[in-house]
Design a protein around this ligand. Sequence first.
Ligand code: FAD
Length: 467
Amino acid sequence: FRNDLAALKADLDGVALEENPALVKQKSRDFFWYSPVLKAQLDHITADLVATPKDEAEVIRILKAAFQHEVPVTPRGTGTGNYGQAMPLSGGLILNLAEMNKVKAIFPGRVIAEPGAVIAQLDAETRAHSGQELRLHPSTAKTATIGGFIAGGSGGVGSIRWGGLRDIGNVLRLRVVTMEAEPRILELTGWELHKVMHAYGTNGIITEVEMPLTTAYDWVDVLVGFDDYMDAVRYADGVGNADGLLVKELATVAAPIPYDYFLRHQKFLKPGQSLAIVTVAAHAVDAFLALTSRSKGEVVFRSDTAEDLKGIPPNYELGWNHTTLRAIRVDPSITYLQSMYPPPHHIEKIEALTRLFGDEVPGHLEFVRFDGKITPMGLPMVRYTTEARLEEIIRIHEEHGCPIFNPHRYTLEEGGMKQTDETQLAFKREADPKGLLNPGKMIAWEDPEFDFTSTKTFLFPGLQQAS
Ligand code: FAD
């Protein structure tokens, strides 16, 4: 890339720009450091410049100028992604969408918002307006943007009822600006949405989202303690499959993680206790407790009866990647994996791997609806020793029929399904012909010959050198 910054800046008179190296570096990072592998590869990465558009017209101006002067552009919400998605591997410009954060219109069943709207703020507005909320949100709802979730996330709280973002109907419409000499504005719906969803912003900038809403109930957080982790897993599987129970979050975390690392909840827990983490609608609590009374579990915390909730985070901030975050805060040597235990033999698979790895890989499952079936997705923690051992743990999972979505890779393909998403690639050819959007993240674009069956990791040739 020519990366002609001086010419770019001259064209962007009136747009909010930031060049202070410390501030630019701050906006060039995400939560990549969860992974010791990515930490080593990406710690030095920084952009040259941050542009913060206030509306779509400014986005178009910025893209047009960046195209002309061949400056790479990496979009950013609030940088809470875990795989270096929002990190500018070849430098250039960070397109900070955080100021485009308005909720534009709320209707029965849907909301239209700008991409930088923070998810919890969006939910607060739709709840106040008409008792509605998003179907699903990441556990980072309080800080993450809706555009970043769609471009970089996958699912989360609510996925036990609604499935993931990839499920047709969970995103209604996206307005997208292309990276061309004359940027075009496209309105995508239906299957077309998959062109840019979870594409890490490599093939278009989302400038408006339309999302479906559901009823915003009063939600009650419950923690159920178990002496044996597998009892917690079987219990959660039963709760997930209880068709009449309205549940928004359902997870299990193996001992010793809860007592050792959920410091704010420690007073409710016993050492050696595994947990089921459940968020249930207030009107379903009695039914839920009736079901729980038939298990080996003991209710150790209920947000509706707790005397003092001061300093107690919501259950969803114990789940998803917050589980890992709480563990890393106490023990920085911990990292994690992302796995799947396909039904119908999921319990047997989880049991076999739990026995095999013991405390080296403490269990964490998020129960979600996957293709209509209640399925445990894993975010097991790993007491990290070496990269070779991490690879071995991945291989053993795969040998047990449990696919791994590797969170230690910055490319779309290696982190996901280990193959190119042809829809996203075809759209990139059309929408970003010079390959200026978030370079290095789509292997199929950078190296069409790359052999996905080899065990070699892709190394982006344009990766900024560490100084
Ligand atoms: P960013 O990190 O800023 O961006 C994410 C990706 O989207 C980047 O590739 C960026 O280039 C691109 N992008 C951003 N905005 C746009 C735009 N307008 N147009 C085009 N591309 C864009 N993820 C989940 O899915 N579920 C979870 O439950 C979850 N829990 C998490 C817990 C913790 C503690 C952490 C650290 C992360 C978690 N994540 C989770 C990952 C992440 O927080 C979410 O996916 C979040 O929604 C990302 O939003 P963001 O605004 O931070 O996006």
